[in-house]
Design a binder for this molecule. Sequence first.
Ligand SMILES: [Zn+2]
Ligand SMILES: [Zn+2]
Length: 516
Amino acid sequence: MHWADVVAKELMDRGQKQLISTGITPSGFIHVGSLREAITAQAVFKALKQKNADAKLIYLVDSFDPLRKRYPFLPESYESEVGKPIALIPCPCGQHKSYAEHFILPFLQSIEELGIRPEIHWTHQHYEQGDFASATDTIIQKKEMVANILREVTGRDVPPDFFPYSPLCPKCGRLSNGKILGYEFPYVRYTCHCGEEGKADIRKAEGKLPWRLEWAAKWKILGVTCEPFGKDHAAAGGSYDTGVRFAKEVLINEPPYPIPYEFVQLKGKGQMHKSTGVAVTGVDALRMTPAPVLNYNFLRYNPDRHIDYDSGLGILDVVDEYDRVEKMYYEGGVDEKEKDLLRAYEIGQPDGPRGHIPLQIPYRHLVSVVQIADSFDGVLALLKRTEHLAEVEQKDVELLRQRVECVRFWLANFAPDEVKCTICQEMPKVELTDADINFLRCAYTSLQSLDWSGDKIHDSVYESAKSCAIGAKGGFQVLYRIFIDRKQGPRLGYFLSTLDKEFVLRRIEEAIKAAS
Ligand SMILES: [Zn+2]
Ligand SMILES: [Zn+2]
């Protein structure tokens, strides 16, 4: 059984009403790993819905967390914003209501494309509405118990003046770690580092719980029954362990079913972008990986397996693998141990699976077509010719458009040079040996009478090269050199099939003439 179905079944043994929670503190550009959390939550939510559970998915934006430091991508003026809640810091571009919105909105838009449409919650609003008041009061009343749990679970010292609430100072705008003078519901009296003395009303957004306690409080306030989180939180003595005890002993609430997930490791062109401080953002990943493929790539592994996200050539393998599973999904031929892959494919379809297999164009082929045709219509026309497509139905056109956009973004930002190619409109200056020429003659004759399709061109070139002294690899190289002035390039048969047959034959002829 697919892991999402296993989790859904275990949840339903506990009860029909389920609330899956996922979220993030949007303190900067959001790493591709955060997509895994959202996709994991969505998968369980979908599996529950299919079993007719009363399930809900929420996305909790931790907008009341303070900005921890001025990140390198922020202008110097943000130095003075450090320590303030990100919902109350201005947005860097001037187009959003807050710093928090600036970073989370593009991400939420991206996950919508993946079919993830949760109910959005903002932590700062829950504070404003007084939703945290009762839990905060309980936590402050039981602060000795809270301190003991922290000591026991984390093994760390807790200072004698520990107080589980940070007032928000109206004078300096920071979540204050000054001195707490006293508490009497609903007020926490304090002095701030800036010298301000005041009282914070716990029924309003005038202060905040420390994050480990806030997490447990949110479970209770929102009724969370299941939550995926990074494995760092799941470590012994980590925040899930403290959360469980805060929930059970302090707030008298059942903690949610945990889904700890492993991290996503980046491969390929993984260098940091200076502008974002993140190598591949979640938004990047979605702009270069077609949405259902991205879903599939994360869903095919158990959450406790690590995933490599390869923004280089690996992305081509992932799409090929997706297409292979898609074919099995519609045409059968799957063996027992691959059954979960079909389910990963199915759950990963943003709008559910189609009634029949979608149009499949090999992704590698698309990579060269996109570089030859300059517009989407050009791509479509070229494919119609080379793939002998008659009519392409609207849903396939949309699918193709999504793939073409991903390929373009990938080529512009992440693709390694070896897949990039520009056709030399004029014969490039290349030195050819007698063996090369001999092969070109063979290839010319055999291509001349050929049906112009990728597979047939590939086979024909391969046979010609093998029958000449040059060998298969040498033959392919000669052709790359005379068409793109490089020693390697996209899959040759497909690549040549996208070019006009006359053009190809003429170029080979020119090469033979130039050398003799
Ligand atoms: Zn903005
Ligand atoms: Zn202050």
